[in-house]
Design a protein around this ligand. Structure first.
Ligand code: RUB
Length: 303
């Protein structure tokens, strides 16, 4: 898929989820490099710059998108020949997609040992491939009896989660977001996805995640974010806050149903402060929020 097609599909959320959008952006850059038919290195690099800006602008909150693009472009501008620039970009894209896809199995392997008591359920929100991988492993190891999946208003990505878990044979119960406190006594652990991990260890994920984390704390339920290292804020952005995406109001209500004089506000991501996060499951191990900066320096150096 080319840059424009990919960008539109990410914008309209046909392609969604932090990992998936990063991989598709990387693949779109690979498509650009493979299909460039000119013979001018400068022109090739200018086109790449424009493509990167277009892709990164599609979803402002997911740092995975920025990092996926930067890791795919790494070193390409330093090449002096068109062909070597093209080959390096293709190699980077293959390496990034391999890292992203292989991270799920590695994160999953840490899940079972984190569950503090058996015989209860896990809880999750939205639809995270990373969190689902960990949940499946915890269930298969006999550590949880099933999952409560929050519906996740307004776009109801929880419906994707319940389908994926049911297909995997994991007992799953759909709840409305506001039922999360009611069910929490039957929950032993929360596994959440991550769109971005800020350098102080704050987790940015779907709106409602902070309520989930506060509720879990009230019931002494540990909260683990499932976060590949390419979702960490890179050293070049250390200390910055991620922009929270505002989406169209028609995701909440059809404009014709809106009474006169009423405003609608649709922030779609939430910031969970580090003190509400028990641990961060990455493909290189389980870390504490206080270790985020050092991991970011180790794995995202130079971007
Ligand atoms: C998706 C969402 C997911 C994270 C992690 O939001 O918040 O929890 O992106 O997903 P949206 P993954 O539906 O708005 O993209 O683990 O698949 O990367």
């Amino acid at each position: 898929m080319n840059i424009q097609e990919t960008s539109v599909k990410i914008e309209d959320m046909t392609i969604r989820g932090a990992g998936r959008i990063a991989r598709h952006a990387s693949l779109a850059l690979k498509d650009y490099a493979s299909s460039y038919s000119g013979n001018d290195l400068e022109e090739f690099l200018q086109g790449l710059d424009k493509a990167a800006v277009r892709l990164i602008s599609t979803r402002p909150t997911a740092i995975s998108l920025f990092n996926g693009v930067q890791l795919t472009l790494k070193g390409v501008k330093e090449e002096s020949e068109l062909e070597s620039a093209r080959q390096l970009l293709i190699k980077n894209s293959d390496a990034f997609c391999e890292l992203s896809n292989s991270a799920y199995g590695k994160m999953a392997s840490y899940g079972p040992d984190l569950v503090p008591e058996t015989g209860k359920k896990a809880i999750t929100i939205c639809n995270s491939t990373a969190a689902i991988s960990v949940i499946k492993a915890a269930y298969q190891a006999g550590k949880i009896t099933g999952v409560y999946a929050c519906e996740t208003r307004p776009k109801k990505q929880g419906l994707i989660t319940v389908r994926e878990l049911a297909e995997a044979g994991v007992p799953v119960t759909l709840i409305v977001d506001s039922a999360m406190r009611y069910v929490m006594p039957q929950v032993s652990i929360a596994f959440i996805g991550t769109d971005s991990l800020e350098s102080d260890g704050s987790v940015i994920n779907k709106i409602g995640t902070q309520i989930l984390a506060v509720t879990a704390r009230d019931f002494n339920v540990p909260v683990y974010s499932c976060t590949e290292t390419y979702k960490f804020l890179p050293p070049s952005k250390a200390g910055q806050r991620v922009q929270i995406e505002l989406r169209p109001i028609d995701e909440i209500i059809a404009p014709e149903e809106l009474p006169d004089g009423v405003e609608v506000y649709n922030p779609v991501f939430d910031r969970v402060p580090p003190e509400l996060i028990t641990g961060i499951i990455t493909e290189v191990g389980v870390i504490k929020p206080s270790q985020v900066s050092s991991i970011s320096e180790r794995y995202l150096e130079g971007i």
